[in-house]
Design a binder for this molecule. Sequence first.
Ligand code: 5GP
Length: 127
Amino acid sequence: MPYAYDAQNIFARILRGEIPNKTVLETAHTLAFHDIQPQAPVHVLVIPKGAYVSYDHFASEATDAEIVDFNRTVAEVCRMTGVHLGSGEGFRAITNAGAHGVQEVPHYHLHILGGRPLGRMLARSES
Ligand code: 5GP
């Protein structure tokens, strides 16, 4: 079954310029901007400009150029925000998908979180 993309989701509206964002970096195929409700000192969302719902949608259907551009942008955001391992203390990259992943916005996005120790990824009791 094809992935159903909702063109009215909030990140689609950000990409169309209908809603402002605090841009960290924009490239040909990718936009990175600060999360509106940051959960760590660094909390940046990296999104493809293409209409992809989730990581698996992007990974299976995006072009090679989009995938390379997205990943290079992630690396550059980590460098720009000072969390990369070259000089920083590290980060966590998270992507949520669908109901079980508790995805709020149905446009693929990668959260880059850092700037403080982040604790365990999941509580041990949630297996
Ligand atoms: P999800 O739960 O889908 O993985 O994460 C969605 C994220 O988008 C949340 O962290 C939320 O704070 C962020 N968000 C929701 N609406 C907006 C918005 O209008 N602007 C920005 N910059 N972030 C948003």
